[in-house]
Design a protein around this ligand. Structure first.
Ligand code: PGA
Length: 249
């Protein structure tokens, strides 16, 4: 049985005070969710205090990024080791907004993934095609390359620690969701590609869907065999919606 996971990616939203309130609301409601691991990913500035706000609940903490260097003179960067020292247990890496706006290449991402793992953080590694890539039927090829360039480079023990998130770029923050069939088709493909390298271990990898998931469409998406949860942006900023999504399983 694969772990079912719902992650709230808060992106660059909330002040520290608002973030603590949101985390407390999620923690309080989390007892109404069964059999699904809940994770929140606030901005770096909030991590330590959100960890505190989650105390007494099973909700886990993730960062949204970490540096591709270990430590030293990299002004403005936050190392994996620092993230781990806040009590976070996960880190989102390879989000399309990082790839697109901050020029994160597979080479950079592989370094980040390795540093995260070396510091006992589990990467939530994001992959997904742009609109023009889907429209020209290159979506499978694009996703395969993203997997080969990063996930394939890990040894089996490290591979077992990662979570994948399929996020078609055209569905992120656009209100346009992949149909449950499109999601299932790609998730099954991702698992097949992973199985070519890691064999039966790919059966245990949680593959999350991301892109305008909300309470009204989560049930259908999560009903698909290879959709093991969600990476939720906008809807994760409202505790009730985030919890309702997790209850959709
Ligand atoms: P969205 O974002 O739910 O707001 O579309 C998802 C994500 O980017 O992780």
């Amino acid at each position: 049985m694969r772990t079912k996971i719902v992650v709230g990616n808060w992106k660059m939203n909330t002040t520290v005070k608002e973030g603590i309130q949101l985390a407390k609301a999620v923690a309080a409601a989390s007892s109404n969710v069964n059999g699904v691991k809940l994770i929140v990913a606030p901005p770096f500035t909030h991590l330590t205090l959100v960890k505190e706000a989650l105390k007494g609940s099973n909700v886990e903490l993730s960062a949204q990024n970490c540096a591709n260097k270990e430590s030293g003179a990299y002004t403005g960067e936050v190392a994996a080791k620092m993230v781990a020292s806040t009590g976070a247990t996960y880190v989102i890496l390879g989000h399309s907004e990082r790839r697109e706006y901050y020029g994160e290449t597979s080479e950079i991402l592989l370094n980040k993934v390795k540093l995260a793992l070396a510091n006992s953080l589990k990467p939530i590694f994001c992959i997904g095609e742009r609109l023009e890539e889907r429209e020209s039927s290159r979506h499978f090829e694009v996703v395969k390359a993203q997997l080969e360039e990063v996930a394939y480079q890990l040894d089996k023990t490290d591979f077992e620690k990662i979570v994948l998130a399929y996020e078609p770029v055209w569905a992120i923050g656009t209100g346009k969701t992949a149909t449950p069939e499109q999601a299932q088709e790609m998730h099954a493909y991702i698992r097949k590609v992973l199985a070519e390298k890691f064999g039966s271990k790919a059966e245990n990898t949680s593959i999350l869907y991301g892109g305008s998931a909300k309470p009204s469409n989560a049930k259908e998406l999560f009903s698909k065999a290879d959709v093991d949860g969600g990476l939720i942006g906008g809807a994760s900023l409202i505790a009730d919606d985030f919890i309702a999504i997790a209850q959709s399983f």
